[in-house]
Design a binder for this molecule. Structure first.
Ligand SMILES: [Zn+2]
Length: 128
């Protein structure tokens, strides 16, 4: 296996879903979707798409967890169900698979963004 690199693409909203692009020797091999809250120090793996290489997924997760070693790591139910055997095969995985720990900030990031009020000064009125 070549050199595995991870690039975290910042979430659009705090504690919202974040994409982690995985590359081997510069070639894109997969994506991990994760939610991270640095305030509560929790992280939830919501999806893994890897080029059908469990060893690579294992390696990528290890790297990712290694970058945030103090966070409590869990996985979403869907992720756990999708690859139950995979999660069981990771002896180093401390987090609970399929029992996600979402913090209040993650719940908040799921709320729809409130529409601007009609009288909001930030919303210029079309006057032509
Ligand atoms: Zn939080």
């Amino acid at each position: 296996m070549g050199h595995l690199g991870l690039v975290r693409v910042p979430a659009l909203r705090p504690a919202g879903p974040e994409t982690v692009e995985c590359h081997v020797d510069g070639k894109h091999v997969g994506t991990i979707t994760v939610r991270v809250c640095d305030q509560c120090e929790v992280a939830v793996v919501e999806g893994i798409r890897m080029d059908d290489q469990p060893a690579l997924a294992d390696h990528a997760l290890r790297l990712l967890v290694g970058r945030l070693p103090n966070h409590r790591w869990t996985t979403s139910r869907a992720t756990a169900a999708q690859a139950e055997a995979f999660w069981r095969s990771l002896p180093w995985w401390q987090g609970a698979a399929g029992n996600p720990e979402y913090c209040p900030h993650m719940h908040r990031s799921d709320q729809p963004i409130p529409a601007p009020r009609a009288d909001s000064p930030a919303l210029p009125q079309a006057s032509r």
